[in-house]
Write a protein that binds this ligand. Structure first.
Ligand code: XMP
Length: 330
């Protein structure tokens, strides 16, 4: 019989056995999967797990700080946080093609992750110069749907997931993969997380794509457009939570369109950006229905965005299901 307790117990034992006296690294995204994977592995090997959390410049508002605090203070994880936002935004300059954005972010992520992994393992070698060949472990929060859908259009761009080889490691060091969640669906991962005592704030978090807000800013990604979308996104999430719908919908977010339109504010004519609001219901993200949000919620979201976010003067609601639409716009 599958129960969270059994799963946790057997996974912790297996990981402890596999890793022995070795070390592991884990890329954190702030989401449920990587956090649950990290907490499970930390249960098994404690401080010998180092988590790496990268600011890629396209995280949600205040996410870089918030995630660090939660991971360290509430989950007791050993976290190296790297602010690489500048570097990512420079690489994204001028890029408008969706798959190209994913590639740029994926490659840059690997470069940053490699650098950090190398530093971590070199520091460990200095403090513990032992075996001739050491095995290091890479923890990934791959789920069962990722395993079966890995050949889909987005496959190669689930950056951390295709990141099986960390380059630049010391010559005598091999990296092996630990994927403790690869037989599980999202709802099972959430049950495990709850059983591990993780806060609701993480457990209930809606999925967020690896390439972040970059695939929700149609056209070029600039620091200014990221800032505009972060504000709008925050309002959507806030209002969905206030309405008690955050857990009911699979994802709810804002998309910044490359479309300007005319509006009127006071006695001033405006000419500014359009923002689309997207909310979908889904079991696993593979198919989805647009969510029939109450008009009152839509009204509040719209009026707050237009009055609080500089640079947006029009809000539209996306009523496309998947298929034929995808959940993300890029
Ligand atoms: P789509 O847009 O294909 O999205 O209907 C299905 C689910 O996958 C997420 N998604 C991604 N996650 N890297 C990720 O890690 C990506 O490149 C990516 N693209 C889409 C999306 O948010 C939804 O939950």
């Amino acid at each position: 019989d599958w129960t969270p307790e059994h799963f946790i117990q057997s996974t912790v034992e297996r990981v402890r056995e596999q890793v022995g006296t070795g070390h592991a690294i884990c890329g954190l995204s702030g989401g449920v999967d990587s956090s649950v994977a990290a907490v499970l592995v930390a249960r098994a090997i404690g401080d010998r797990l180092t988590c790496i959390f990268v600011d890629n410049g396209v995280l949600r508002k205040d996410e870089f700080q918030k995630v660090q605090t939660t991971m360290r203070e509430q989950l007791g994880l050993n976290v190296v946080a790297v602010d690489s936002s500048q570097r990512f935004l420079e690489k994204l300059a001028g890029v408008t093609d969706p798959e190209q954005k994913r590639k740029v972010i994926g490659n840059e992520f690997i470069a940053v992750f490699d650098d950090e992994a190398k530093k971590i393992f070199e520091a460990q070698k200095d403090s513990q110069p032992s075996a001739a060949e050491e095995i290091a472990w890479l923890v990934q929060g791959t789920l069962y749907p990722d395993v079966i859908e890995s050949s889909s259009v987005h496959g190669p761009s689930h950056t951390i997931k295709s990141h099986h080889n960390v380059g630049g490691l010391p010559a005598n060091m091999k990296l092996k993969l630990i994927e403790p969640l690869r037989d599980l669906f999202k709802d099972e991962v959430r049950r495990i997380g709850r059983d591990l005592g993780m806060p609701d704030d993480i457990i209930e978090r809606q999925p967020f794509p690896g390439p972040g807000l970059a695939v929700r800013i149609l056209g070029e990604v600039t620091a200014e457009r990221v800032a505009i979308l972060q504000e709008a996104d925050q309002i959507v999430v806030d209002e969905i939570k206030k309405a008690g719908l955050y857990r009911k919908v699979w994802q709810s977010f804002a998309v910044l369109l490359p479309v300007k339109s005319v509006g009127v504010m006071g006695d001033q004519r405006t000419y500014a950006n359009t923002c689309a609001v997207r909310a979908v219901e889904s079991e696993d993200g593979m198919t989805a229905d647009w969510a029939p949000l109450p008009y009152e919620v839509l009204r509040t979201i719209s009026s707050r965005i237009v009055s609080e976010v500089r640079g947006i003067n029009r809000v539209v609601y996306d009523i496309t299901s998947k298929p034929p639409g995808t959940i993300e716009w890029e």
